[in-house]
Design a protein around this ligand. Sequence first.
Ligand code: SF4
Length: 243
Amino acid sequence: MNAAFGAAEVPERLAGLVAQAAGPVIFTTSFGLEDQVLTHLIATARLPVSIVTLDTGRLFPEVYALWQETEERYRLLIRPYYPRHEAAELYVRQNGINGFYASRDARKSCCDIRKVEPLGRALAGADLWLTGLRADQSTARGDVRLAEADVGRGLLKASPLLDWTRERTLAFAEQNGVPINPLHAQGFVSIGCQPCTRAIRPGEPERAGRWWWEDDAAKECGLHLGPDGKLERSKSVPEQVNA
Ligand code: SF4
């Protein structure tokens, strides 16, 4: 797939990846800029892709508004996956409503309950998982390939926008009237759960606003694993991204 579609334009690349899939194709959106562009491409080309999202229960109000706007604009329904309520209730009972600030382990446990476990259900039975990852979002994502095996989940993961810059992605969205989150214009570049996301300052890496209290260059929630099924770690200080 990398050889066949790597040089293609993104719409053809996306269609080619989907056509090659041997089973169900799932696209997980968190309504970020890249995800909105992919939703636009999937919807306008009427590709046979199921669009799903992980509603952690801690998202920004703007995300829910964009969710509805996106469904209305493209006349589609996005399938939500929620945390197991027993696990979420136990976590809050034991750690408090914002217990994820207390330690890295507490944070990862919350992400496991609210994101990783629901993602496993969302991807069950999928052959191809489409994501909005771009390689220059962080050094931890610098090794992202167009298509790669997710051994841990037993499927193929593809990132059709991997070689687009943020500027190019934004320009596409603007030229095509793709609805995007108004928080992007306020410095929220990578948007996750509300209590774990802040706006970034000029010159900061794109993902500096995620779990900013953790001193770790490879801040991920566990959704994107390396080829060996383990969370990939950055080996260097993040490169500065022009804001
Ligand atoms: S991003 Fe924060 S609130 Fe969301 S699941 Fe992870 S720790 Fe919990």
